[in-house]
Structures are given as C-alpha cells and as structure tokens.
Ligand binder design. Sequence first.
Ligand SMILES: [Cu+2]
Length: 191
Amino acid sequence: MGLKNTIFMVLVASLITKEVLATKHVVGGSQGWDASTDFNSWISGKTFKVGDQLVFKYSSLHSVVELGNESDYKNCDISTPLNSLSSGKDVVKLDKPSTRYLTCGTLGHCGQGMKVKITIAKGNASSSPSSSPSPLASPLASPLASPSSSSSSSSSTASSPGSVDASPASHSFVSLMTIVTLFVPMMFSLF
Ligand SMILES: [Cu+2]
C-alpha cells in the first residue's frame, strides 16, 4: 500500500515538475510580435529549453513564418518557409534541441528586424526533469540530493549576463524547490 502511494506521488511530482519547468515565452514581451518591438533586446539573456513554448501575439498586419536555415533568416528569404501561421495568437512548441528561425511574412517586416533566432538548449530541460525525480524516487537512499540539483541549475544560468531575464528561470526553480521540500517529507510519512 505504501509502495503504491509512493509511486503515485512520484508520478504526480514529476508531472508538476514538468509543468513548472516549461516556460511560455511571449515573443516581444508586452509589445508582442510587432514591427516596433526590439526583438534583440527581448531575446538577450533569455534561455529556451525543450518543452518551452513561444507565443506570438499580433494584429492582422503580421504573420509568423518559420524559416529552415540561417541563410534564409539572414537574407529574409521567405520563399521556402517550413511553416506559416496567421491566427494572431500562435503557439510554437520548442520540441527538441535545435535552432529555430522565425520571422514575419509581411513584405519588408523581416528587413525591419521583425525576426527571432531561437536556440533551444537541451541542458536545462533534459537534466532537470531527469535529475529531480530521482531524489524523490529514492528518498531513503539520497534525501540530501536536492542541493546538487541547485548547484547544477545555478551554474547554467550564471553565464547569462542579463539580470532582468534571469528572473523567470529562478522563479520556476524556486517553485520546484518548494515542491521538492513539500513532497519529500510527505513521502517519508508514507513509510
Ligand atoms: Cu510583420
């Protein structure tokens, strides 16, 4: 009975963990996907990881076009797009470690800077969910495993100089730690 409960708790914990670690990035922030938005400053210091989503909010003047390579991106060549979206509120899932090139399909907007190059890191997403459930799965063997996960994720964010954009990552990390500290005593109480 105790074992079943433990397995259930671990499943719930890992689901919550994934939810917390995935970030929705509204491209361009409060200004959204617009020709007047400075996307270079929006993107600086941001980290994108597998499982995150890009949210494009824009008026009917714009669209979202995904390009297949760096050359098309640099030259604003939208003649062979991978994908085109035009709902005005589009979600792009960052499903694997790669580089994604997104621009606007409206004539001239790409040249005006309406484009983003998103580099999706495997580090954060693959290390955190796989390392954090393991201390939960074996609380008796390694109850003190959580400090090691804190050092690994702080080192990954330490490299970014932008202090403003580090807050969402640290916020989700705090949420994760809260869950861990809540769940670990809970699991001990089951034994
Ligand atoms: Cu546009």
